[in-house]
Design a protein around this ligand. Sequence first.
Ligand code: BG6
Length: 506
Amino acid sequence: MPLENPFQDPLRFERRVPESTVVIFGANGDLTKRKLIPALYRLAYDRRLAAGFAVIGTSRTALSDDQFREKMLEAVKQFSEDTEFDEDVWRAFAAGLYYVAGDINDAGFYDKLAGKLKQVDGERATGGNALFYLSTQPSQYGRAAQGIGGAGMNRGAGWRRLVVEKPFGRNLETARALSDELHRVFQESDVYRIDHYLGKETVQNILAFRFGNGIFEPLWSRNYIEHVQITGAESIGVEGRGAYYQEAGALADMIQNHLLQVMATIAMEPSASFRADSVRDERSKLLRSIRPMTADEIRRDTVPGQYGAARIGGEDVPGFRQEPGVGAESRTDTYAAVAFFCENWRWAGVPFYLRTGKRLPKRVTEIAIQFKPAPLAMFDGDAPASAPNLLIVRIQPEEGISLKFLSKRPGAGMRLRPVSMDFNYGSSFGERSPSAYETLLLDAIVGDATLYTRQDMVEASWRVVEPIENVWRETSYDFPNYAAGSWGPAASDAMLARRGHTWRKP
Ligand code: BG6
């Protein structure tokens, strides 16, 4: 009899995709046209959706079903970067697109929506299943959930689920209040908090890399690892999102969610199975093991930054304070670097340096794991400590993994040089990777929450991020403190230098 494989989770491997309606709140917004509809179209193109499938878009703008279809057609043509447009696939997909105009604050709107949902369920045979996707202003999440519940849409002949986009609160207290509001209508297991980084192929591959191979686990601890750097760098500025960004800042926009989830994935304990709650329990445990810092530690082990104007490639680039929607005195961080420490046996004493920023020299997201040096430098004239063994997991672009080590240079003598062994996703598999939204939308429809953030993880992240925000708010920094197009403030290099480390230039 074959042994039962604990990693064989029927949800993630068999993927029986059920019939369903996806109801998008904020359907006239950017996310819908740039990400959600192109992702759903691609799933249709790949024949991954059930025959009984529909989308109901809602927003305040008055549109007919046909006008909505027209708009979504433009969106698919403009934003489906690597999917060819197929007239037949589009026609079949567009027949399942519907629209209801209404105001989230108006109780009458929800009855209208419930009527439409019923009608669409009958016309498209969607099995009574519905996924509500909140892509609105975060301040409206609570009201939308109450409205859905008030009109009885949180229950039906099939399953009912709710997807919410970040931010999940602005601190621990508001994150809890939001979750209480959502829980009045949906139970936690039906709330899918999306963190699109977890849907990226390369982030998922971290699990395969760590737990599908036997050779890394013995090295994966404080015994062999000196420190870990997680970089989420962007070359763009705030791109017209100045008003939102001014309220959020880099720490809340990228570290509280995306980079801490990446850290949890690289540092978590192996889970007993690949079932959603097993994996999420381990991620959550890791996040809860991160030590919240005292005010003194925050002053030493965190660095906020804000970019100033610069000339890049012959072009004048404005500073953050000159961006549209941003105040001339804004104290918002567009760069954030933090040294986190986990209080557990595996990682005690190992710094996890996380940094993110807008207007850095390039767009790159990567994890660099630096191993401890060889105990003896036995080769004259070479200093292995200056070329440490590094394992680099590139999340984007040019997704891949490389290992850097020293090798003997050809010729006489024992002269060493760093070399690198590379695995490149694109050339090894030669096939397209699904976008994070394709993966995550399909997961939510199938009912697989493995890659979604649970409330306890949101709270664990705020527990370590909120004290930092508080200290930053009370301290006056000399902003701007890095030039657009540079690798961030000098204080960030100094923060690593204190422990004898340096940031990698990816
Ligand atoms: C979003 C942030 O969550 O992630 C943006 O709000 C950021 O500010 C974006 O640009 C980065 O995502 P990606 O997938 O382009 O790395």
